[in-house]
Design a protein around this ligand. Structure first.
Ligand code: NAD
Ligand code: MLT
Length: 540
């Protein structure tokens, strides 16, 4: 039986660890709090690592990944993991995005109330023996406008609860549909500045990305009303800490509730010295329910990925093949084969891959936008890239690293959709441009559910792309095809199918499917036939 080694580097709830341990093929090593240099030494011995936000996985840790195939993050944020570096090595990064949503939502509301009513200060004052009621004059949330930046899982749940306080919820999130905001009764703003001018309370629920880092600085704060309450239970750095400090100190901002910091733990952070900054040590996810949920989710998905079963929540792949509709999965497989075929029939150095999706079947956006990865291609584009690249790079190419490999090789990748194409209702066209030529291959899935290549440049074909083929181009004159068949027979290569396309140019293109691979000797003989323009053995 194959053994998988899983390393756990943080305190992950026991429920998930038990799931891992119950799998007889899994050995779990707990090394909570392991130092980076020690981790670097051993990480390559493990098939999977499970972390929370306290273990940083920089590029240097995965540059020589050994056995490592999976990084599992028991939580949402993956800003502690260098996704690009992991992706380039084909490592799957999984998270548990739904497990702690309500925990973080409730802390957001808690910290909002704490800041509005100065509850922690009042508590400290009373316990210090004082009875000082005047000092703790707060602000009511009722009738106030709450600005939610990032209307995803947590932002939406905050909106629902804030409305029960009688707050008006408005949001800024350029990536969600207006209909989603409408269904929550939240007014969606087109730009952040307009929202900032309206809010009495503002709360942040975006990931930390290059766009959200320092989203709020002194400039943005100056646009806001006086006496606003700030809440950040998402990630430190979304709101510039120095500028928030100045605004709290001057009294421009009434109070802030902060669970997350630019540097954690926050050594000598000025915010912690302010009376009107209420802070918690990144405990948004820390409820018994939340920790159990993320632990179970990540353990189950890591096991699925280890065993090659369909898994959920991969951060560095914008779709899951197993979750695509069946019909789309057939197109996915077909496009991968088209990429493979393109790589074998095209001459020259690749410069650009274009995927054109034709027909109503492709109207829906099948790519879930992930904010931690730079690419958001449709599944077919990734499949085509992988198929194309793996011909020269073999098994090191995966659906995860294909876009990075293409980028590294300066191959431009473009995708488009159209419904303008005669003859076929649905079609995928794969175009490869090299420094020598441009080749286009089109494929469609027939009612018999088999994907077929139907066009290779100007030649019409009807080829199920599976197995070994001889592809050749000849002058359109008698006797050549017979000679090809004789050579194949002499080499004991059985012909399984034959497709021929005649062109006005006086050429014919043939796609012969054969039961066995065609060796170089047979191919050389075929190439020597008088009238043969080119011939290639193709492996699909
Ligand atoms: P989510 O992916 O469901 O939602 C994030 C939302 O942010 C998305 O709707 C996205 O469209 C939006 N967004 C992305 N870039 C944006 C931008 N530039 N401007 C405006 N909106 C933008 O994630 P979630 O589960 O709601 O988590 C939100 C954040 O909370 C994450 O950063 C996560 O790490 C953090 N979190 C913190 C804790 C904690 O312990 N404090 C716990 C859980 C989650
Ligand atoms: C998360 O992103 O899930 C939270 O920050 C919680 C955590 O890191 O444990």
């Amino acid at each position: 039986m194959k053994e998988f080694k899983v390393l756990v580097t943080e305190n992950v709830a026991p429920e998930g660890i038990d799931i891992l341990k119950k799998d007889p093929s899994v050995r779990v090593d707990m090394k909570v709090g392991i130092k980076q240099d020690e981790l670097k030494k051993i990480i390559g011995q493990y098939d999977a690592i499970i972390t929370r936000s306290g273990t940083s996985i920089p590029a240097s840790l995965v540059e020589d990944p050994g056995k490592l195939k999976i990084i599992g993050r028991a939580g949402v944020g993956v800003d502690n993991i260098n996704i690009e570096a992991a992706s380039k090595k084909g490592i799957i990064v999984l998270n548990a995005p739904t497990g702690n949503t309500l925990a973080a939502t409730e802390l957001t509301l808690g910290i909002m109330l704490a800041a509005a009513r100065k509850i922690p200060l009042a508590n400290d004052s009373l316990k210090a023996g004082k009875w000082d009621r005047k000092r703790f004059l707060g602000i009511e949330l009722y009738n106030k406008t709450l600005g939610i930046v990032g209307l995803g899982r947590i932002g939406s749940n905050v909106a629902i609860r804030a409305k029960s306080f009688g707050m008006k919820a408005i949001a800024y999130d350029p990536y969600i549909k207006k209909s989603k905001a409408d269904s929550l009764g939240v007014t969606l703003y087109e730009n952040l500045e307009d929202l900032l001018k309206e809010v009495d309370v503002i709360t942040f629920h975006t990931p930390l990305t290059t766009t959200t880092k320092n989203m709020i600085t002194a400039k943005e704060i100056s646009l806001m009303k006086d006496n606003v309450i700030f809440v950040n239970c998402a990630r430190g750095g979304i709101v510039n800490e120095n500028d928030l400090y100045d605004a709290l100190k001057s009294g421009k901002v009434f109070a802030a509730g902060v669970d997350v910091f630019e540097k954690e733990p926050p050594e000598s952070n000025k915010l912690l010295g302010l009376e009107n900054a209420f802070a918690t040590p990144h405990i948004g996810a820390n409820t018994m329910e939340g920790q159990e949920a993320v632990s179970v989710i990540i353990a189950e998905q890591v096991l699925n990925a280890l065993h090659g079963r369909p898994y959920l929540n991969a951060v560095n792949i914008p779709f899951m093949k197993s979750q695509l509709p069946e019909h789309m999965q057939r197109y996915f497989n077909l496009t991968e084969k088209m990429g493979k075929l393109a790589a074998q029939v095209t001459k020259g150095r690749p410069e650009k891959i274009t995927i054109v999706m034709v027909g109503k079947n492709f109207e829906e956006d099948l790519c879930e936008r992930k904010f931690d990865v730079p690419f958001s291609y449709q599944p077919f584009t990734i499949a085509g890239m992988k198929g194309f690249l793996e011909v020269s790079l073999k098994e090191s190419v995966t659906h995860i690293n294909a876009p990075y490999i293409a980028k590294d090789r300066n191959i431009i990748v473009e995708e488009s959709k159209t419904d303008q194409f005669d003859k076929f209702n649905d079609l995928i066209i794969f175009v490869i441009k090299t420094d020598r030529e441009e080749t286009s291959i089109a494929g469609t899935v027939f009612p018999d559910k088999l994907g077929r290549i139907v066009l290779l440049d100007r030649f019409h074909l009807d080829v199920v792309p599976e197995g070994n083929f001889l592809h050749f181009r000849i002058f359109d004159r008698p006797g050549i095809i017979g000679k090809v068949a004789t050579i194949l027979g002499d080499h004991h290569i059985n012909i399984a199918g034959f497709g021929l396309s005649r062109q006005k140019t006086g050429e014919e293109v043939a796609f012969v499917s054969v039961d066995d691979p065609i060796g170089q000797k047979a191919l050389d003989e075929i190439l020597r036939i008088d009238g043969m323009i080119e011939a290639k053995a193709i492996d699909l």
